[in-house]
Design a protein around this ligand. Structure first.
Ligand code: ADP
Ligand code: MG
Length: 237
């Protein structure tokens, strides 16, 4: 993570306008030779604090590939990728949080333990981790189910718990990869509302990949991916 400000620099307007993530000419090819798949060609984008973006495109167009790169979960095969506003600390758990299509809660742990786990793994003490987990659950109206096991939850509840888990670390950038792909229409809308509200409340940026038109229309900024090409202000905006 590059930054030209050190930790003693006061937070200024200039600092808050520094992008959370910036990429240029970003590409990702899977495989080699005749079996190589170019999943992403030359993508250029910038995401600032508070920005809410729907990343739309059909299945196989490259949405997950781009999100995984922006999250630092994968490395590009070409181009530049940097997180200028984020400190020299691990991206996750920390300033970048990822929400996937499946909630992936751990079955033996209750809701509160699931949400607190990443904080404990990152070295937090149990009491503050539980407190942060409970606050994240409360913000999503889930504190009443804190002692339930994943098996006892509906699909929508489980996905909102996964969102609480992502938010418990107070991220500045939330990357959600088709987080409503397994939910019915009304539940999906409630989950997206919860994500948008959480991002707005904390000033975090949110990028949500979706191929659901109704969800995309809830965002004024829509980026389109087609055949591995990212259009940030072209077709689909
Ligand atoms: P989307 O999320 O829009 O459905 P993806 O980013 O998952 O699309 O995939 C884009 C392209 O890259 C697809 O052709 C997909 O098959 C390919 N791809 C993605 N991940 C891998 C991988 N690990 N190995 C090989 N090909 C991959
Ligand atoms: Mg995908």
């Amino acid at each position: 993570m590059k930054t030209h400000l050190d930790s003693s620099t006061p937070v200024s307007r200039e600092f808050t306008n520094v992008p959370l993530v910036r990429c240029a000419g970003l590409a990702r090819t899977f495989g080699r030779g005749s079996s190589a798949v170019v999943a992403l060609h030359h993508a250029t984008c910038e995401i600032e604090a508070g920005q809410l973006v729907a990343l739309v495109g059909p299945s196989g167009s490259g949405k997950s590939t781009l999100l995984h790169l922006l999250a630092g979960l994968d490395s590009p095969t070409a181009g530049t990728l940097e997180w200028p506003a984020l400190a020299d600390a691990p991206l996750r758990p920390g300033p970048v949080a990822v929400v996937f299509q499946a909630p992936s809660l751990l079955a033996p742990l209750d809701v509160l333990e699931n949400v607190a786990l990443p904080l404990l793994l990152a070295g937090a003490e149990r009491a503050p981790a539980n407190e942060a987990a409970l606050a994240a659950l409360r913000a999503l109206g889930l504190d009443t189910i804190a002692t339930k096991l994943p098996d006892e939850l509906s699909g929508g509840q489980a996905q909102r718990v996964a969102i609480a888990r992502a938010l418990a670390g107070s991220p500045r950038l939330i990357l959600a990869d088709e987080p409503t792909g397994q939910l019915d229409h009304d539940t999906a809308a409630a989950v997206v509302d919860a994500l948008i509200a959480a991002a707005e409340r904390s000033g975090a940026a949110l990028v949500i990949a979706t191929h659901d038109h109704d969800i995309a229309t809830r965002f004024t900024t829509r980026w389109r991916v087609a055949d591995g090409r990212l259009y940030t202000n072209g077709p689909g905006r």
